[in-house]
Ligand binder design. Structure first.
Ligand code: PMP
Length: 375
């Protein structure tokens, strides 16, 4: 940090993304990317003529993309002005914090959830109301019903939650939206395509709900940075106001083209999600058989507990999650260990190909005893 940076950033902690190491070849199970490549239409989406157009700014409004996105939701009555497009879904969370929170307008979110909520709050000097998940890491909707005089400006939670993978039923999500009319409720559906129930139909009934989605996980486009939000016209125009005040061209020309191509071959991605779900279930079963605790994940990752969380007669009850993380890394497999209160003994393991997961299980089976001797 330079001596010029504002003093208030001295103790500020930015978000730590999952490791992107290049010292050797790793099986990357630490950032919840898709193990499958983008589909053939995406690979053909960018022509030489399109590249020539890179000298021109992209459309700031992205009308074509908005139309194509809304077309996916045939059962919900949506217009293109119910859609906001963004540079990944972190962009949406950022804009929502800008629009609905402030130094005296707090934000509420679960104590165990996506790390960026806390980071944005600290960055913007916003007071946080961190609501503990229960002992089984479930979000309890009754804990989110605020009285008018202490209502936060924004309530945000991921559904399915990260890093637990546990999903909230739609009637529970609705309860939160319905009982907090004085707050905007942002439902972060980054992982919804892997088995959760979407809150998008609630947009027809409530003007205080925003649903955010990303192309980074189920659509194999983490590198393109594309996300979108669905909400009432008024909430979407709030996000537009934030965008036009900070970065009007937030979606670049190439991302616009690949985003449209995904929507043109959506079945390919749906098939990939089915495969990921299948591998997730098989991997979860194997890990449980070995004695690990595994939460019921509806996402493209597993939340895996060792130490006190593992079966007490199993090897894994004697090995800390941090040690497993380090040893897997030495053996060429990256998983995520957060080292955060309440979840020190958990790893978040993204679902890769069947072969990736078999490799990981094989290493655990072969090396576990040796790691125990070292730990
Ligand atoms: N929400 C959750 C819960 C996430 O895990 C992530 C990925 N780190 C995001 C949002 C942001 O994803 P992106 O910006 O790639 O759309």
């Amino acid at each position: 940090m330079s001596k010029y940076i504002r003093e208030r950033f001295n103790n500020y902690e930015a978000y730590t993304p999952g490791e992107q190491l290049n010292d050797k070849k790793y099986i990357k199970l630490n950032t919840n990317e898709s193990p499958f490549p983008p589909g053939p239409k995406v690979l053909d989406a960018i022509s030489a003529a399109d590249l020539e157009k890179l000298r021109l700014y992209p459309s700031p409004n992205q009308q074509e993309l908005k139309e194509a996105i809304k077309e996916q939701f045939k059962d919900v009555e949506l217009m293109s002005d119910n859609v906001f497009v963004s540079n990944g879904s972190d962009d949406i969370i950022n804009f929502a914090f800008m629009a609905y929170t402030g130094e005296s307008i707090p934000v509420a979110f679960p104590d165990i959830s996506y790390g960026f909520y806390k980071v944005f709050a600290d960055f913007k000097n916003v007071k946080t109301i961190e609501i503990p998940l229960n002992d089984d890491f479930e979000l309890i909707s009754d804990d989110y019903c605020f009285k008018d005089d202490n209502a936060p400006g924004l309530i945000v939670f991921a559904n399915p939650n990260a890093p637990t993978g546990i999903a909230l039923k739609i009637n529970e999500v609705e309860k939160i939206v319905k009982n907090n009319k004085q707050s905007v409720v942002l439902v972060d559906e980054a992982y919804i395509d892997f088995g959760g129930e979407t809150a998008i139909p609630l947009v027809e009934k409530y003007d205080n709900v925003l649903v955010s989605r990303t192309y980074s996980k189920s659509a194999s486009l983490a590198g393109a940075r594309l996300g979108y939000a669905i909400g009432s016209k008024e909430l979407i125009s709030d996000l537009e106001l934030m965008k036009y005040s900070t970065n009007p061209y937030n979606v670049n020309r190439m991302t616009e083209l690949v985003g449209l191509a995904v929507l043109d071959e959506i079945e390919y991605y749906q098939e990939n999600c089915k495969k990921i779900i299948d591998v997730r279930e098989r991997t979860a079963d194997k890990l449980k058989e070995m004695g690990f605790f595994v939460s019921e994940s509806k996402a493209n990752f597993l939340f895996v507990g060792s130490g006190v969380w593992a079966k007490q007669d199993s090897l894994w009850s004697k090995i800390k999650a941090e040690e497993i993380y380090k040893q897997l890394k030495d053996n060429g497999i990256l998983v995520r260990w957060f080292g955060k209160k309440r979840i020190e003994d958990f790893l978040r393991i993204s679902i890769g190909t069947e072969e990736d997961m078999d490799n990981m299980i094989g290493i655990l089976e072969r090396k576990g005893e040796e790691w125990l001797r070292k730990s």
